[in-house]
Design a protein. Structure first.
Length: 301
């Protein structure tokens, strides 16, 4: 079994189609791809795919193998990145990731801590969705990230920074904007802009539990893949979305927020790969309490 077999298998599994995987992901001929998958199945002694009503589907063996194949490919990427970094030891480097919007609160504190090391350290900042940050940590592309506690992220450690309340965001001329706080039942008949179960699973889960706790059955009329899309949908549909406190940092004047009675909370954590031996990572982790204090002092918390 070679790495290409794993890459081909993962591509077909994620695309659900031999032709799409061959053309868009792998840039190879479909017959060649089919032959490689057939060889892989022969070597494993199990069938990985079957044809279903919606196209190619994984067998039970295929679903199990997919999890392991993904981990194996991530480990290879992490090993390659570690090797590249080891070849350039003359200057320390650290890559820090932020869930988009949180860098406004946390980046100044981090840079203040690193001020004495700026001359000898190359610092890279990335702003991404939480799942992408977790994947970057696993792959060794990111050293430290401010994100949600993502599940299914092998080898990662998370430390709680704070819990943020979820607020109701709406157009400034919305009828509920006149209220100082929103009751859960006020949301029942509103146009609801939900969040992606893929890009914001932690937030979506917290909101769904909140609805269930209050006996509400609310289905999204629209679904936002990111914060910018949520703001755009709120403005264009006149709807309401439930988003964490930090979203206030990125609002136009036409969108406002209101607290929710009994609001759900979402965790903000700092994440890192336990296999990462970077001295700069260890230094920042040792200063975590100081970073938290700077942010809380600036925000009056």
């Amino acid at each position: 079994m070679e790495l290409r077999h794993l890459r081909y298998f993962v591509a077909v599994a994620e695309e659900g189609s031999f032709s799409v995987a061959a053309e868009k992901r792998l840039h190879t001929a479909q017959p060649s791809l089919s032959r490689q998958i057939h060889d892989l199945e022969l070597e494993l002694g199990v069938q990985l795919f079957v044809r279903g009503p919606r196209g190619i589907e994984l067998t039970p063996s295929g679903r199990v193998f997919l999890d392991h194949a993904r981990v194996a490919l991530l480990q290879v990427e992490a090993a390659a990145e570690a090797a590249r970094r080891a070849a350039q030891p003359e200057k320390s480097a650290i890559t820090i990731g932020f869930l988009t919007g949180y860098e406004m609160d946390w980046l100044p504190a981090v840079m203040n801590i690193l001020r004495s090391k700026l001359q000898s350290t190359e610092i890279t900042i990335r702003s991404e969705d939480s799942p992408d940050l977790a994947a970057g940590l696993v792959r060794g592309m990111i050293d430290l990230a401010f994100l949600r506690p993502e599940k299914h992220a092998a080898g990662l450690q998370f430390k709680l920074l704070r819990q943020d309340p979820v607020l109701a965001f709406m157009p400034s001329d919305h009828p509920l904007a006149a209220r100082s706080a929103i009751r859960p039942q006020d949301l029942a008949n509103e146009v609801y802009v939900g969040v992606s179960p893929v890009r914001a699973l932690v937030l979506r889960t917290a909101i769904e539990r909140f609805f269930k706790r209050h006996g509400l059955t609310i289905k999204p009329a629209h679904q936002a893949e990111n914060l910018a899309m949520a703001v755009s949908l709120i403005a264009s549909t006149g709807g309401i979305s439930l988003l964490p406190l930090y979203a206030q940092n990125l609002l136009p004047k036409t969108i406002i927020s209101r607290p929710i009675q009994g609001a759900p909370m979402v965790d903000l954590v700092i994440g890192y790969n336990e296999a990462n031996g970077s001295p700069m990572l260890k230094f920042l982790l040792s200063k975590l309490d100081e970073i938290k204090f700077q942010v809380s002092s600036r925000n009056g918390r």
